[in-house]
Ligand binder design. Sequence first.
Ligand code: ADP
Length: 371
Amino acid sequence: MASLSLQHIGKVYPNGYVGVKDFNLEIADKEFIIFVGPSGCGKSTTLRMIAGLEEITSGTLEIDGKVMNDVEPKDRDIAMVFQNYALYPHMTVRENMGFALKLRKVPQDQINKAVEDAARILDLDQLLDRKPSALSGGQRQRVAMGRAIVRNPKVFLMDEPLSNLDAKLRVQMRAEISKLHDRLGATIIYVTHDQTEAMTLGTRIVVMKDGVMQQVDTPTKLYSEPCNLFVAGFIGSPQMNFIDATVIERGSDIVLTFGHNAITVTADKARALRSGGYVGKAVTLGVRPEDVLEVGAPAEGKRLSEPISATVSVYELLGSSVMLYTDADGASISASAEAATTARTGSVVSLVFDLDKLHLFDKQTELAVCH
Ligand code: ADP
């Protein structure tokens, strides 16, 4: 398979629009890399530049150490799977999957073997003689994957391949793609705007915004140590709470105040805030709903903040848990509570934060100060 190196890659469209700015990434063999970000952030542009479908304006793209900038798409040894998988309707599954090899004049017995091997991996063996019209959406998507697999490419590029499927099928196919990655041992670059898809599939995730890479990290690291406010808000569902707070020194403690509420931060965060010169200044306090607890909820081993009084504005039963959307003296705080909570819309609740799960961000730069 293959490693890729993207060095200072940029894209300026003919109309002057800057689609991608200074994109740098080293991708190791067998990695499953996700490009994620809101619509228009430059994910597809980057993928299409790797595929050779879009000219690279600046920078260098290498695959296995060879510069690829001016190499024709067909000579890059890359297979691409799109959301519009566009199978040929008059061909059977077998013919669809073998078509690229037939164009390359590969002998028929080799085509058969490649198609049958791919069909086995994808559980399509029983469907090889059907036409696409006789397949379900998920099966068609698998044929599209099969078409890419038979080519045995160095790199698979996938652009929102599941976005045309319904929610249930998407979850199912997500698991299948994950298995496929294990089985093929392939290098995959996968574009999605869906952070759940990104978190479940990727070995590393690239978060993009406005053509600029924001952070590259493992799913766990992105979740626990987002580098800025954008990443913190984009990754994780339900979204992280953001609270405007002021940093105050109280004796040897550092306290964050918002409205009438005050919470004393842990020593390591106090140190970071002091050394960063944040005392007396406003910061953004970030805390995920699952790190906001009702007083009395199980919290073994957790260091908790002082209680905050909040009024529940919306109660949402999610089955195994409950989301409480609350107002705490002007600050909106959502909390993931136990299903057994007695809180309901209009209740006044006492909330505590898990002090080791607080994120603090600079108000001007929006960069993380500490986690
Ligand atoms: P994403 O895949 O993240 O949704 P794209 O990479 O498709 O975003 O597009 C990035 C930006 O470049 C968008 O703002 C889009 O409108 C713009 N763009 C895409 N193609 C062209 C083009 N051919 N000419 C001008 N701008 C384009």
